[in-house]
Design a protein around this ligand. Structure first.
Ligand code: CA
Length: 545
């Protein structure tokens, strides 16, 4: 008998060819995968951005590719696009807000009339602080000038804030990336909503508080700032900072070397600023082992409600942990002695920043793609945080929730630099990492694993061969699979048949390309976005159902 099916079958197809009868497309690696629809790609872009590109696609091309997706979504359904932007930005689900701001600017300038209106209405929800608004203005400039809608919306942004809040924004974020409040107010030229707003606008534009400001409670912060600039007694200055809640950005630079000043700042420091300034507060001697400041910071870092309210993203925490633990800054020659209780609290904050996740109580196989391509690009522009190591951190969140889990790392059995390691199983390394370990150790362990080609079917093949019972496979990958003799979706179906388990597959996408190994026509497979804070609960819900 001539084995026709050796060459053409829906059950076993090499990854270099599409599965017959499906809509698979070539991926960037010479393999085949499914193409995500534009809405799924929009989500990937909003969460993952495109900074640094991928192993296969440069930063420029990836940006253009994603911008075109946003454009298509705006054309297909502008209001739906804005709803997605607001949902992801407002809940703090993405490591960075810039993809959301960029997409909103595009909708505001390129959308039809209802889309523009919705985009401008969403401006305060997406652009919550002065920096965001300046980025919005900069992006919008790329798609057109300052029309009436833009002027009105930016003016409404300033007028919509209560005067005291506006004073804080104006003082703290005076200028960013070539834009200033002065520029924005001059271009938007809003009529002030109140006499207080009028005084604050005057200060932002002319740099001087007008008459009557000294008696206006809304101007108190700016009055205090002006006073602080004239002082030379550090202790008195620190007292003023504490009383008037003056933010760090408004404190003269030469004062930022004194522990008393930082202690005063810490009193009302927002969480994200606190996390960013841990090294400085340690260097100046405020944060030492068992100091009151260290205890206070550690307690705040372990508080899930505070983390949620401040929209602290786990990637920001992970980045802070890696830098803080290293004892030296990424730029410059600053060094410090990391305090153990802070390092431990950052580790706890990483898990706490995902909120409460109900365990699914299923048997999970957490499979990390450690192939060479996962080592390219950085997550949210964080130095040394590649998709490869960051995916380990993401998987640990599910590991911390689900008692019954196994970790493996995979590349390919052959091809590329692949080979045999990890106890003689080709392309697979069983990993003994655990949420009880500190994140920076896990990152180091995963970073040191050998790299190789890519075969995303290996986790299912491995589990079948070794008779491992799995209810849900979670594969953390860039979906650039190419090296296998069978597609991942086919390997999953073979596993189901062989083990008699209706196993599911969650594909956690780690880059903003357009591919997925999940078969969209199989209800037992889904594609989710890595580094989205809502991903671990989605995985649990899908596994449970
Ligand atoms: Ca790869």
């Amino acid at each position: 008998m001539f084995k026709f099916t050796k060459f053409f079958s829906t059950k076993t197809t090499p990854q270099s060819e599409p599965i017959p009868g499906t809509h698979q497309v070539p991926n960037s690696a010479g393999g085949h995968a499914w193409q995500l629809d534009d809405w799924a790609r929009l989500d990937r872009f909003l969460v993952l951005g495109c900074e640094g590109g991928t192993y296969y696609v440069g930063e420029r091309e990836l940006t253009i590719e994603n911008a075109k997706i946003v454009q298509r979504c705006i054309a297909a359904d502008g209001v739906r696009t804005i709803d997605r932007i607001v949902a992801i930005s407002d809940a703090g689900r993405a490591p960075k807000n810039d993809p959301a701001i960029f997409s909103l600017a595009m909708a505001a300038k390129l959308g039809d009339e209802p889309t523009r209106r919705a985009a401008y209405a969403a401006l305060p929800k997406v652009c919550r602080i002065g920096t965001h608004l300046m980025h919005f203005a900069d992006f919008a400039q790329g798609f057109g000038g300052w029309g009436r809608g833009m002027r009105k919306a930016v003016g409404a942004w300033f007028n919509g804030k209560p005067a005291a809040d506006l004073a804080f924004q104006l003082a703290k974020y005076q200028a960013r990336d070539g834009w200033s409040n002065r520029d924005l107010l001059r271009l938007a030229h809003p009529r002030a909503a109140s006499p207080s707003h009028d005084r604050l606008f005057a200060w932002a534009v002319k740099g001087e508080l007008p008459d009557g400001a000294a008696e206006d409670p809304a101007c108190a912060l700016i009055v205090a700032m002006t006073e602080l600039n004239k002082m030379d007694d550090v202790l008195k200055g620190a007292q003023l900072i504490r009383e008037r809640r003056i933010p760090r950005e408004c404190v003269p630079t030469q004062w930022l070397t004194f522990p008393d000043v930082w202690d005063a700042l810490l009193d009302s420091m927002p969480m994200t600023a606190m996390i960013r300034n841990l090294a400085t507060m340690t260097r100046v001697g405020l944060v030492t082992s068992q100091s009151a400041a260290a205890n206070k910071i550690a307690a705040q870092l372990r508080d899930p409600q505070r983390l949620a309210k401040a929209r602290v993203h786990p990637i920001g925490v992970l980045s802070a942990l890696m830098t803080y633990k290293s004892g030296r800054g990424a730029r410059g020659s600053a060094t410090w002695e990391p305090v153990a209780s802070i390092v431990d609290a950052l580790d706890a904050a990483f898990y706490a920043s995902f909120g409460v996740i109900e365990p699914a109580g299923k048997r999970m196989l957490l499979a990390l793609d450690v192939s060479g391509s996962m080592e390219s690009g950085t997550v949210a522009g964080v130095p040394n945080l590649t998709p490869r190591v960051a995916s380990a951190a993401m998987a640990l969140v599910t590991a911390a929730t689900e008692r019954d889990h196994t970790f493996i790392a995979f590349s390919a059995a052959s091809g590329g630099h692949g080979g045999t390691w990890g106890g003689g199983v080709p392309g697979i390394t069983t990993l003994s990492i655990s949420p009880r370990q500190r994140l920076d150790d896990v990152v180091k362990t995963v970073g040191a694993l050998p790299m190789g080609g890519t075969d995303c079917a290996l986790p299912m093949i491995w589990a079948q061969k070794h008779r491992v019972d799995v209810d849900t496979f979670c594969v953390y990958t860039d979906n650039e699979t190419w090296a296998g003799s069978v597609h991942p979706a086919q390997a999953l179906r073979a596993y189901r048949d062989a083990r008699g388990i209706p196993a599911k597959l969650v594909v956690v996408g780690m880059t903003s390309n357009g591919f997925s190994i999940a078969d969209p026509n199989d209800a037992g497979m889904i594609d989710v976005v890595g580094f989205d804070t809502s991903t671990p609960p989605v995985i649990a819900d899908f596994a449970r159902a």
